[in-house]
Ligand binder design. Structure first.
Ligand SMILES: [Zn+2]
Length: 632
């Protein structure tokens, strides 16, 4: 008998050979569909970077500057010689803040230069009125990846993670001029401050309901709640006026703010900020510090070694110049033929989506009309943008400076640029992802979908794959992104991306019930490395469900379609090998289900799965008809 039966385990059946031989690279947390493509993109672009660097010929000035950064990082000698000095020079500013007054005087500077603050403030599109911007006030992050590690079931694990973090911090701080007693004091204060943050801020599960992060609050009220911080003065200095309202992401945090940040805790804050600032900036220092400084994160992700200098230099340079690099990648590697083909597929899928909504037996005409309007106005961003964001025209730096200082200055330019647009109408042409990223996205605030060139490759898409395979790959991904417009969060935004209820009461009630069914379908599923939190992953599961529904429907329309090929390619794109540490981490913070479940759970909601492979009650991938969920 065959070891794997497709009816029992689609994922294993399709991927077992790959799973047996695949090796996770030492410097990465995963191998598989997305990761392997990303690795290939990286290899291609590194070769391009090296050629540009050797020949001193650049496709444009952006790439010229990106290559300068690339070369700077590759200059290991210089970085090693500088050691920790650049980071100390920067962090000194924090130690010079003697009291709350000094803090308030320097606040704008601290914020723009990205020093750790007890709160965050940023400028973004106003969720309720997307033709203007709003200022958002949010909470700082905890040291551990999620507050659930601080109490309850995972507390023990959290404690040992904090211990490891402290060891790493201690090691890094030993490079500073602090005495051993001072290091102990700084660390004790950091942990104390962090523990208070953990009692106040939202969990990943709470954050996944991102509509709840929209809480317009009178600036007066925010000011009063954040008493020691001169909020009005800060806002005035950042955007030239004091808006009457600020958007608070985490009201509970704001209510407890003064228990965290007050005169009494001021020194603890300074120590916390100092430690986090140095630790967060080790990667652009010496090779030794890059290695030591990353060891906590590597343990968390199950990564054995740091990237080679060349890869690291590429990653950093392409992060800073992500859009120009993505544009270069798209122009060089993404054919016009493919672009047209995928565009056609998007059209087909959107039209089918409309048809399905029209045919729906549960939605009222009123709701249908609004949903169809949202689909008709959805903007498609394919491959790469035709021009880069003007912020890159500001990305100049002192070529003689250390790479550490250059990085700081670029981050600062980006931050200043962000606030400079406050009074302008948001640019809907902005891309949320660069062309060389293996990913895709829906943006609820502008009702658009983005498919970077890098994901438009096999196994997702290829001119050489069958139509059915492409539908089970990129087709289902396109359907997934479109469905985000109608997931538990997206469904609360209208066709212009404004947070607005366009549903009739009873339709919305039905929809909510179905989202609950989807939570139930996944909640508590036990995997060898942990349990699934159905609420955390519900929006992505609704998107997978919608993507599968619409593409399966299209499969019925096309000649010579093969549902076998469709389902098998669907399982292929989710093949993934990862360390247990990383998988555990994802279970607590990632809004996506583990890939094995993405492959194996959604098919069983659809009749085509049962028909194609004659799946019956006796098979493991069988779900009773009453338990099957189809939302869109
Ligand atoms: Zn998604």
């Amino acid at each position: 008998m065959e070891k794997y039966r497709i009816q029992d385990d689609l994922y294993e059946y399709v991927n077992h050979e790959w799973l047996e031989q695949a090796v996770i690279p030492d410097d990465k947390p995963t191998a598989g569909g997305f990761a392997d493509l990303a690795k290939e993109v990286e290899e291609n672009l590194i070769a391009d970077f090296n050629e540009m660097s050797e020949k001193k010929q650049f496709p444009n000035d952006y790439l010229k500057r990106a290559i300068l950064i690339y070369e700077k990082i590759k200059d290991v000698k210089k970085r090693n010689k500088d050691g920790i000095r650049p980071a100390l020079k920067r962090a000194k500013k924090l130690l010079s803040l003697k009291d709350m007054n000094a803090f308030n005087r320097q606040l704008k500077e601290l914020l723009l230069s990205d020093y750790p603050l007890p709160f965050g403030i940023y400028n973004d599109v106003d969720m309720k009125e997307t033709s203007s911007h709003a200022l958002y006030v949010n909470a700082p992050s905890t040291i551990l990846p999620d507050v659930t590690y601080y109490k309850g079931e995972m507390e023990e694990q959290g404690k040992s993670m904090l211990q490891l973090w402290s060891q790493v911090a201690k090691q890094v701080l030993s490079y500073t001029k602090l005495s051993e007693e001072e290091i102990d004091l700084f660390l004790a204060d950091t942990l104390k401050f962090d523990a208070i943050i953990a009692t106040l801020v939202k969990s990943s599960e709470e954050n996944s309901d991102y509509v709840k992060s929209y809480n317009p609050t009178k600036t007066r009220t925010v000011s009063a709640l954040m008493k020691p911080v001169k909020v009005r003065k800060l806002v005035q200095s950042l955007v030239g006026e004091v808006p009457s309202v600020l958007i608070v992401s985490d009201p509970r945090f704001l209510k407890g703010f003064t228990t965290l940040f007050n005169e009494e805790n001021f020194q603890a804050y300074i120590h916390w900020a100092y430690v986090l600032d140095i630790l967060g900036n080790t990667n652009l220092l010496s090779e030794e510090l890059r290695e030591v400084g990353s060891s906590y994160r590597r343990a968390l992700y199950g990564i054995k070694t740091i990237s080679t200098v060349e890869k690291f230099a590429y990653q950093t340079a392409s992060n800073f110049f992500s859009e120009p690099v993505g544009l270069f990648y798209g122009e060089k590697y993404f054919g016009e033929e493919a672009k047209k083909d995928v565009y056609d597929m998007v059209d087909l899928i959107i039209n089918k989506y409309k048809e399905r909504v029209k045919k729906s037996e549960v939605l009222s005409e009123e709701t249908k009309e609004k949903a169809i309007l949202k689909l008709s106005t959805m903007v498609v961003k394919m491959g790469y943008p035709d021009k880069v964001d003007p912020v890159y025209d500001k990305f100049f730096f002192d070529e003689e400076a250390s790479i550490f200082d250059i990085a700081c200055s670029l981050k600062r330019i980006a931050k200043e640029d962000e606030f400079s647009h406050y009074k302008e109408t948001p640019d809907r042409g902005k891309w949320v992802m660069p062309g060389h990223l293996v990913n895709a996205a829906y943006n609820p605030f502008s009702n658009d979908i983005t498919f970077p060139a890098a994901i438009l490759q096999a196994p997702f898409y290829s001119i050489h794959q069958s139509r059915s395979q492409n539908l089970g790959g990129i087709g289902a991904v396109i359907g997934h992104e479109i469905s985000h417009a109608f997931d538990n969060n997206g469904a609360q935004f209208d066709e212009n991306g404004n947070l607005k209820n366009w549903w009739t009461k009873s339709d919305y009630k039905n929809f909510k019930k179905k989202t609950k069914d989807m939570i139930k379908e996944f909640d508590g599923i036990q995997l060898p490395w942990g349990k699934v939190n159905g609420t955390l992953v519900v929006s992505e599961n609704i998107a997978d469900n919608g993507g599968m529904a619409v593409t399966l429907d299209i499969m019925h329309d096309i000649q010579d379609s093969s549902f076998e090929e469709y389902f098998m390619n669907w399982a292929r794109i989710w093949c993934l090998k990862a360390k247990d540490a990383y998988r555990q981490l994802l279970l607590s913070i990632d809004v996506h289900s583990p890939t094995i479940l993405r492959a194996n759970m959604q098919p069983r909601n659809f009749p085509e799965w049962y028909e194609t492979f004659s799946v019956t009650k006796k098979d493991k991938m069988y779900l009773a008809p009453t338990k099957r969920v189809i939302i869109w």
